[in-house]
Design a protein around this ligand. Sequence first.
Ligand SMILES: [Zn+2]
Length: 460
Amino acid sequence: MLDRLPTLLERLFLGPNIARRAALAKRVPHSLIERVQMAEFRKTVERVGARSAFYKERFAAAGIQPGRVRRPGDLGEFYTTSADLRARDTAEFLCAPPQAGFETTGTTAHNKRIYFSNEEVHDIGFEGAVGLWNLGLRPDDRVVDAFDYAFWNAGITLMHSLNAVGCFHMIASKLEPMEFYRRVKDYRFNVMVVDTAWLVALTEIAERQGAWPVKFILSGSENMSEPTRAWIEAVWQTRVYQAYGQTESLGASGIECPMQKGYHLNEPNFLFEILNPNPEGFGELVFTTLTRKIMPLVRYRSNDITRLLDEPCGCLLQSLRRIDKIQGRGDEIISCGMGMISPWIFEKWLAGDAALAAELTDDWQVAVQQPGARDVIEVRAEVRQEVLPSRWPGLEAALMRRFAEIFPYYEKNRHMGMYELRVKLLDRGALRGAASGVRRKLRRVVDERISKTALAPTLA
Ligand SMILES: [Zn+2]
């Protein structure tokens, strides 16, 4: 029964309702948050050490005695990775029977599965409600969400948040932006919660056909560039905020500060660390779940590169530390208008069909660019020498056809205008160029939207 009691920290933040909880949040000293976090951290390590087959095995292999771990540093180089979640049976991570499950979107052949109790989903939603309150959401607002509900947690978490605030809410789900525009216009929803790339397509329609009054827009699931945000804000005459999270954190790692300078971390539910920070403080965000009892994760590597921000913001959530915008991914999984993309997808596309593969070399590279508001996925593929130039247009068309055939999900997003796909055929050897002698491994997926200067020391 003790497990069902909220922690001291949660009680302090909770209060009986969201308004009171938000007001209390501002007065909690960070030192208290840290003390409670450390106590919960120890309990989590002991719990997984006693109940999860995966952690029992890994702790033993690393010579870790859970009862002696006081703080994250005591775990040395021990981390849980995305690859662990993919390679191992989900049951090996469980500490108790689950009641709810979600999947990460299609980044690889095996989507990660993350399980929860209903209470955990409810609690995370409740925490999210404080963040929404901080952005201005109130019970008399009218909210519509256009999240994709298939196997994904974002919409369910949001529903719990909105229940806690008590406002009117309708689920539109991820419709074609034009259909959404047509059907929701009359409702005069004043708060929209949407996917970033989808919002770009919706805003293009609103720019042509008119927007309606909106209090704010919350966009989740990926980074938005500041010029894109400014354009969307100008079209809708409102503020656009972003949430930060991943399915492994039930989408609730952080929510943007109303000052639009970084995300306040969900410190009541997670202990965050920045791994191997460079001199500017940028490193990989790592988290340990503090309040999860079903499938806790210890020092989970998020793959997201960011840094902690020091300047005070003065908002209701000021006691919760902030992180900067995500600067990039620690590996080659990139979130963009197409969805979460990784080399696996393009490998399957370009090399999976024997006839097409015979016309291409093994060297290809995918670049995510953002010349305007929309992401452009440029696929640079080298053509074998014996393929005549007259064949190139036909080859390009065949590649596009195969893409549509094998990836209906990504093709649907393309039709919705969430991104543009371009195939750029190149002569053999073009990608490695003069550097071929030193560059043994071609980087398959590159994000050309982001500033490389801040990242160089970490990602090199
Ligand atoms: Zn703030």
